[in-house]
Design a protein around this ligand. Sequence first.
Ligand code: ZN
Length: 287
Amino acid sequence: MRLATISTWAGPRAAVQAGDAYVDVHATNPRMPPSVRLILEGGEPYLRLAWELAQAPDAIKYEAGKVRFHAPVHDARKIVCIGLNYRDHAAESGAAIPREPILFSKYPTALIGHEEAIVLPAVSQEVDFEAELVIVVGRRGRNIPKEDAMAYVAGYTIGHDVSARDWQLKKDGKQWMVGKTFDTFAPAGPHLVTIDEVPDPQNLAICLRLNGETMQDSNTKQLVFGVADLIAYLSQVFTLEPGDLIYTGTPPGVGFARKPPVYLKSGDVVEIEIEGLGVLRNPVVQG
Ligand code: ZN
């Protein structure tokens, strides 16, 4: 099943893709919560009902071509990000392969959806791109053993870890978080693809195209820490909650590691494609 959060007259609403339309499940049956995060809180029975409603003859539908997307979980409580998690990206960054996951985070104000604009802040001249697989958490949990971890995953989406390198790497103390949490720096979408449609998240082609030119082209096989490793590791520290997003790191090919470096500019279009998950496309504008 492919869940999305779409813009409606009543605000952002959970929707299920059904052919070339999106079904507003709350409008179709008010027993369904209005948001994807609350549907995930309801667990398996709510997901099953969402699927059934999407097939109903009286379902309330929006034509796919006219839909405006938010991030699939537009009100995620946590956006956790992992750095240097592809072997060859660590190498191109001149960093050692990490022995434990490297964490930073973004605020929910950074989230945008498919086709929404990435806004370049006037205070950065080095805004870079990073294609990432994103885990969407499906169940609340703490101290989750690695062997149980996959039961806590609702599914996956495509993420873009937009990064102001001058803020991330050139300020005193190298504050990764500030460089990566400017508003609009966390595009995600278009869909939350449920786990049943993604049998092996550690074997997905992932690529990023800037104005049609391929800049990153890899496979999630290259991940240093896989999905279950990350769920187990993170849940030692904090409670994972339904709808939390985990950006799992980026493969090689990012702009700052190129000679000469390539940074985003107004008018650019960035597309990230992950096998089985679709394409996340965002235009770039100057703020
Ligand atoms: Zn990243």
